[in-house]
Write a protein that binds this ligand. Sequence first.
Ligand code: ASP
Ligand code: MG
Length: 411
Amino acid sequence: MALIVQKYGGSSVADAEKMLSVARRVAKNRREGNEVVVVVSAPGDTTDELIAKAQQITDSPDEREMDVLLATGEQQSIALLSIALKSLGCDAISFTGPQVGIVTDDVHTKARIVRVGDSKIRSALNLGKVVIVAGFQGENKEHEITTLGRGGSDLTAVAIAAALKADVCEFYKDVDGVFTANPSMVKDAKKITFISYDEMLEMASAGAQVLNARSVEFAKNFGIKIHVRPTFNEKEGTIVMQETKAMEKVVISGVTYNKNEAKITVRGVPDRPGIASILFSKLGKAGINVDMIIQNIGEKGHSDVSFTVDKSEFKKAMKVVGEASKTLKPAGILSDEGIAKVSVVGVGMRSHSGVAANMFKALAEAGVNIEMISTSEIKISVVIDEKDVTKAVAAIHKKFNLGKKVSGVRG
Ligand code: ASP
Ligand code: MG
């Protein structure tokens, strides 16, 4: 008997038929003698629809109230899944995040989990029930409802798996696993059988939609094995786990892209100590995550600073830059929402040289211009024009021989 935490995303519970098929799968796992805790997201596009509703009222809806609103999506899913399980004769009970003691900090719309209770879940498991928990939500110390940021249900699942010391945390997706590139963009993309936490982390923060980056970080810290697998068939998917020696033999694990960033350039700011600090501490105080940064030395003691932020924070960032301009007095502020970040990821980069050169060569051959570059130990990212994304990803995927027909790829 194992203790399994299963997480089903929004598309897996989008309608009654899909909900019932999830329920059948959960019931089967329970019948086989496992203890099962299920974490679910809001059905289909519910979260997007709720956001759109608020935005029809105002451009910048109050964040506390957004959390109250968005938490309703997941609450629909837990009740419906419990209804479905009971209709199949499998005893189940649904709980909201606050009910099971998911305590977060106070940052509305992207709160961090600080504690997860386990007693409520354990008592229900001891009664033989399947426990269904709403993903993406918790409460702060004052019992205010909070949400964990987009895709946050993954985080709920891993946090619960850690609190319960579960044997595995399974993520059911509408894809077969993690691929070397988005299979809808690159036809010969290959499913990855094993991937390390660090690679998955970089891929997730580089735009791979399949897992939420913070949940991978959490899993790594607590050593929770993640299994990303398909909802609508019984195939094995991708295991995310501790790095092994074999993983280093492969140079690149995958190519990802992210079209959700925008670039802001502050032109002609004084080139002296403290300038970057003024700008980025203001952005930090406003809770804006800055991704890439480059600074170019310009003319006559002035420099240009460019950085990227998530598109959802673009307006807020422009406002902060506007305010900082009162002190910085730049020559100009430019912005570009039509960019994309393309990244290659692999622990093999530590022991293979020439990876960056190969990536840039692939882009040059495809006629793609590079606007910004950044690297980490196991990732190289470039910012390019959004219209070139498909071309760029395909060219890089080919250059590193990541396609199906090539042997020797990890799997
Ligand atoms: N429903 C939330 C979202 O769409 C959380 C999640 O799906 O994980 O972002
Ligand atoms: Mg969703």
